[in-house]
Design a protein around this ligand. Structure first.
Ligand SMILES: [Zn+2]
Length: 472
């Protein structure tokens, strides 16, 4: 498994930056060309390879117009091809979900899954409709990246111990040397991203080489609930990543305050421009409304949140051989756009990071990750299964006469879902509610069930021997 690492340039000469940015801009045109020509079903969807595209372009001279070195555009073709394929694959994830919602017949499901996988969905009206719905034709938005193949770059350190990375420029045999702030040399294929006068060098390392991957996992089975104040609460009552809430709310406050100040400055600049004071307007735009510092702060904040969440997951895996969690990659219908609401955007993003951390850490440390249906896990009492009332952090269950810690209760419910005979991962929301209600109703009508587990009670109640059992 691969992990992405980032090295940054430090005090890079502006001339070199401009030359790299120009190269990235030209390679952006290569990407746009790729999306335009092959971004559809007829292109990547038909099994075209990057080698075939390269041969075609070499034959018809397409590559000449870009004005970049051969290796640079070829690597970019390969990279863009990967992006287009990823775009197609993510549409298929949605369509697979639609298939499981549409039918429970295993034969029919398999038929549709197979057709989808083999890109033979055009013949099936349902699949074709779903693909049209979920596969939005993308376009290239990347104009600031350069992909450098492993054998095309090298590093060396100078007399003062500073690390330099040399990458190809626009001219043959003229390498651009970039001073790095790190002391670890980037390896393998590099992705240079040019942002705000600084070069980010993204590269991948093998996760098995990381110290955290050597740590063994625990031996328990633990349910986790994703929260906002804490990254995760587990079914044993443990809380992990307790700094998350503070990180998110302070960032949200800071952004609100900064956006307010920027809006004010922008209006001052606009007024000055209207008055004819272009010098002042320009000064404000350049000095007070720049994006470099803002973008760097955003990067730093994201890194902090990631660390908090990954640490939380590691803490859970310290004790767990199996982690049971909600499938956080799942998107819910009806909330496809997040709009401008910053808190909601932040929440959606942290959800994605938590999903990534759970998969990533489990895989590296050898624990199993089990996804379960989380419908009503935050509202149902884990002891009796009835829906309770939320009061702040508590969940009040009247029949039990208990106020549970809401997130611990949810984590226990999630854990129990892993062994639930009736509620599967894709059981619809309303059906889950019905199942929960049926179970508690059965309790009320006093079927002679000795076992306290509602799941077992349900199975016994449906058992063919039920009449003899209840004949007393
Ligand atoms: Zn209860």
């Amino acid at each position: 498994m691969k992990i992405t690492r980032i090295a940054y340039s430090t005090r890079l000469n502006p001339g070199k930056y401009a030359a790299l940015a120009e190269q990235a801009r030209r390679l952006g045109r290569v990407r746009s060309e790729m999306w335009q020509r092959y971004g559809s079903f007829a292109g990547v969807g038909s099994g075209l390879t990057d080698r075939q595209v390269r041969d075609r372009w070499l034959a018809d001279g397409t590559h000449v117009q870009f004005g970049v070195l051969a290796n640079a555009w070829k690597e970019t073709v390969r990279d863009a091809m990967g992006d287009i394929a990823a775009n197609l694959a993510s549409a298929k994830v949605e369509v697979r979900r639609a298939i499981t919602r549409r039918t429970t017949d295993p034969v029919e499901r398999t038929r549709m899954f197979t057709a989808l996988k083999a890109d033979q969905w055009a013949q099936d009206p349902f699949l074709a409709r779903q693909m049209r719905k979920h596969w939005k034709r993308g376009r290239n938005r990347t104009h600031d990246q350069i992909v450098v193949r492993a054998d095309k770059h090298n590093t060396g350190s100078d007399g003062r111990g500073r690390l330099w990375l040399a990458v190809p420029g626009l001219e043959r045999r003229k390498m651009v040397r970039i001073p790095l702030s790190s002391t670890v040399a980037p390896t393998g294929t590099l992705r240079l991203i040019l942002r705000g006068g600084r070069v980010e060098v993204h590269y991948q390392i093998d996760a098995s080489l990381m110290r955290s991957s050597q740590r063994p996992c625990g031996d328990a089975t633990i349910g986790v609930d994703k929260g906002y104040t804490e990254a995760l609460t587990d079914s044993d009552g443990g809380r992990h990543g307790c700094g998350l809430g503070e990180l998110l709310s302070s960032e949200s406050d800071r952004l609100k305050e900064r956006n307010r100040r920027r809006a004010k400055l922008r209006s001052i600049a606009n007024t000055a421009a209207l008055r004819g004071d272009h010098q002042k307007a320009h000064r404000i735009m350049a000095n007070n409304l720049g994006t470099v510092k803002r973008d760097r702060q955003a990067v730093r904040h994201r890194a902090r949140v990631r660390t908090e969440i990954f640490t939380a997951v590691h803490r859970v895996v310290d004790n767990a051989a199996t982690v049971v969690a909600e499938d956080l990659t799942r998107r819910f219908a009806g909330r496809t756009t997040l709009g401008k609401n910053m808190n909601r955007r932040l929440a959606a993003w942290t959800k994605g990071v938590t999903a990534e951390a759970l998969t990533n850490v489990s895989e590296r440390r050898g624990s199993a990750l089990v996804h379960v249906n989380a419908a009503y896990t935050s509202q149902a009492c884990h002891r009796c299964g009835r829906l309770g009332r939320r009061t702040g952090d508590g969940l009040h269950c009247t029949p039990c006469g208990v106020v549970w810690q809401a997130d611990v209760n949810a984590a226990i419910n999630i854990l129990q879902r892993a062994g639930d005979p009736d509620i599967a991962l894709h059981t619809p929301h309303h059906k889950v509610k019905q199942i929960l209600q049926d179970r508690t109703d059965r309790h009320r009508t006093r079927l002679p069930v000795q076992d306290s587990s509602p799941a077992l009670a349900e199975r016994r109640a449906n058992h063919p021997n039920r009449s003899t059992m209840s004949n007393q």
